[in-house]
Write a protein that binds this ligand. Structure first.
Ligand code: NAP
Ligand code: ZN
Ligand code: ZN
Length: 349
């Protein structure tokens, strides 16, 4: 098989900083789209996996699953894309496409295991998948998203993970007018949750550990802001929310937020701290509360989300960085210092 030399950035082990790395990608096959990557968002999941916080990382790892760029080549059987089109790839590059979940557009729950964009076994082509911290990618057209020319491309990249991960549960639970929603953590996912929940008509409260983020939270669409380190402010919110979206990446006390749920309230956990959550039974049974999770979104819903964003001019607020800033960006992300997504300008590679 012919291969294309690809420039990327990789971590060689759990404690090494990321640095330049070259590797080969396959040539575009009949069903493949090849595209030049222009921007790639930086997700906290990249950091979790680079540092092996979830275990099971294979090195070298080339992270990145918020990928946008311009098509350079399409296979003979490709119908959705042509050279020069904008294209996006999120967290998935393949799945079995035959199980019930795949057929229902829930590829993220493929019964035979979906293939992640990086750090995943590539069942079809062999080896380990390498992600978007690289200058080009080849993906089956079924897993490539259409990207509108209307929106600034660097601000679209984070929609491919942070966007769909927050859009999907809000749609699933039909969040909208008349609902009070709390969003925990104002980072990449959190700022998209605020934008979507507000756009869907809910009354949104930002629940943050950073007093400095209040003004931004309101600008992003939050109607209220609470500093969760302040016991009085927390107490005032007990039994008030219909939904809480918890986007926190680090271990934290879930009970504090669970107590804020009103009768029949649902706490939707999308953050994945490295350690198990501890929940007290009484906090769950009071108000008949539920705890739920949600994982990214399937391909049809990801396209629906991108189209919704194009129609309603919703994008991520980003800080564009050069590739060689990535290790500093990770440290800032760990410190909660993101406004509100780092996006790599791949031209800097
Ligand atoms: P991020 O940009 O780093 O944002 C996380 C935010 O959480 C921080 O900005 C901070 O906001 C808050 N936070 C951090 N440490 C905290 C602590 N100890 N206690 C309370 N709040 C804290 O991260 P992200 O990219 O949005 O990702 C968030 C989590 O979602 C990660 O675990 C990631 O792996 C996961 N994720 C899940 C899915 C999925 O499919 N479910 C998809 C993508 C990512 P404040 O300063 O406002 O407190
Ligand atoms: Zn992600
Ligand atoms: Zn499947």
């Amino acid at each position: 098989m012919n291969m294309t030399a690809t420039k990327g950035y990789a971590a060689q082990n759990a404690t090494a900083p990321l640095g330049p790395f070259t590797f080969d990608r396959r040539e575009a096959g009949a069903h493949d789209v090849q595209f030049e990557i222009l921007y790639c968002g930086v997700c906290h999941s990249d950091l979790h996996q680079v540092r092996n916080e979830w275990k099971g990382t294979t090195y070298p790892i080339v992270p990145g699953h918020e990928i946008v760029g311009r098509v350079t080549k399409v296979g003979a059987a490709v119908t959705k894309f042509k050279t020069g089109d904008l294209a996006g790839v999120g967290c998935l590059v393949d799945s079995c496409r035959e199980c019930d979940n795949c057929k229902n557009g829930l590829e993220q729950f493929c019964r035979n295991g979906a293939t992640g964009t990086y750090n995943a076994k590539d069942k079809k082509h062999g080896g380990i998948t390498y992600g978007g911290y690289s200058n080009q990618i080849v993906v089956d057209e079924s897993f490539v998203l259409k990207v509108s020319e209307k929106l600034p491309l660097q601000n679209v990249a984070p929609l491919l993970c942070a966007g769909i991960t927050t859009y999907s549960p809000l749609r699933h639970w039909k969040v909208g007018k008349g609902h009070k929603v709390g969003v925990v953590g104002l980072g990449g996912l959190g700022h998209m949750a605020v934008k979507f929940a507000a756009s869907f008509g809910a009354e949104v409260t930002m629940l943050s550990t950073s007093a400095s983020k209040e003004e931004d939270a309101r600008r992003l669409g939050a109607h209220h802001f609470a500093l969760t380190k302040d016991a009085e402010q927390v107490k005032a919110l007990n039994s008030t929310f219909d939904f809480i979206v918890d986007t926190v990446s680090a271990p934290h006390d879930y009970n504090q937020y669970l107590n804020m749920l009103n009768v029949n309230g649902v706490m939707i956990c999308v953050g994945v701290p490295p350690t198990p959550m501890e929940i007290t039974g009484f906090n769950l049974l009071k108000n008949r509360r539920s705890i739920a999770g949600s994982s990214i979104g399937g391909l049809p819903e990801t396209q629906e989300m991108l189209d919704y964003c194009a129609e309603h001019s919703i994008v991520s607020d980003v800080e564009v960085i050069n590739m060689d800033y990535i290790n500093t960006a990770y440290e800032r992300m760990l410190a909660g210092d993101v406004k509100y997504r780092f996006v790599i300008d791949i031209a800097s590679l």
